[in-house]
Write a protein that binds this ligand. Structure first.
Ligand code: COA
Length: 193
């Protein structure tokens, strides 16, 4: 039984966030099959990105099966051309989440991701009782760092030699956007409740 998204749709003017659908396959593969996109992401976002990769992702994401992994398609002009995800923490990390995002290269540098994250992040923090959203940017990805800075994320530091990508050890730059929890003795409610 699919778990409903807490943010089922978000209209971000330049783009729309919505649930992934199985009929996104063609636009997903056309957008994702790009070495420049996969370079900034984990290896589970492969290059080349084949039809089978797309089908496997959609089978997972369209059913929103894992309550800790939430993913939205980023739609521009009616096509899914990117994605935004939140990996929700558990146990003592249950009020924080890791943010991920990507966009088809042909649409870069038009302010699309800035527009999306400016709306999405505060909305998700409120809806999911998150007090920290963080992102890890691999060294050599200034566009991603710039997006986060423009969206109110703070550069918290550098984890040296933290990832091994395309045959190289890379530093990661940790960015976070936080808010203070209300003063109370009890848990202020969370996505695990
Ligand atoms: C990161 C990514 C999502 C950005 O999306 P986007 O819609 O192009 O981002 P925006 O247009 O909103 O903002 C890009 C900013 O980076 C800036 N930028 C682009 N290339 C840059 C460079 N080489 N050096 C410095 N700044 C750069 C742009 O000028 C813009 O800043 P501005 O708004 O102040 O002018 C996109 O590049 C992408 O999908 N990359 C591959 C996947 C990835 O790395 N995801 C992030 C993982 S942490």
């Amino acid at each position: 039984m699919p778990v409903p998204l807490p943010l089922s749709e978000l209209d971000c003017v330049t783009a729309r966030l919505r649930a992934w659908r199985m009929d996104d396959l063609d636009s997903l593969v056309a957008s994702a099959n790009d070495e420049s996109v996969s370079r900034g992401l984990r290896d589970r976002f492969p290059y080349p990105y084949t039809g089978n990769d797309g089908r496997a992702w959609l089978a997972h994401a369209a059913h929103n099966a894992d309550p800790h992994d939430r993913a939205w398609a980023l739609e521009v002009d009616g096509c899914a051309v990117g994605g935004v995800s939140l990996h929700l923490g558990s146990d003592v990390h249950r009020h924080s989440a890791e943010l991920g995002y990507w966009l088809a290269q042909r649409l870069w540098n038009r302010g699309i991701m800035r527009g999306v994250l400016t709306l999405f992040v505060p909305h998700a923090m409120a809806e999911l009782a998150l007090y920290r959203v963080h992102a890890s940017v691999y060294e050599g990805n200034p566009a991603s760092m710039r997006v986060l800075e423009r969206c109110g994320f703070v550069h918290e530091g550098v984890a040296k030699s933290a990832v091994f990508k395309r045959g190289r050890l890379l530093d990661i730059h940790v960015y976070a956007r936080t808010r203070l929890a209300p003063a109370c003795d009890h848990d202020p409610g969370d996505h695990e409740a």
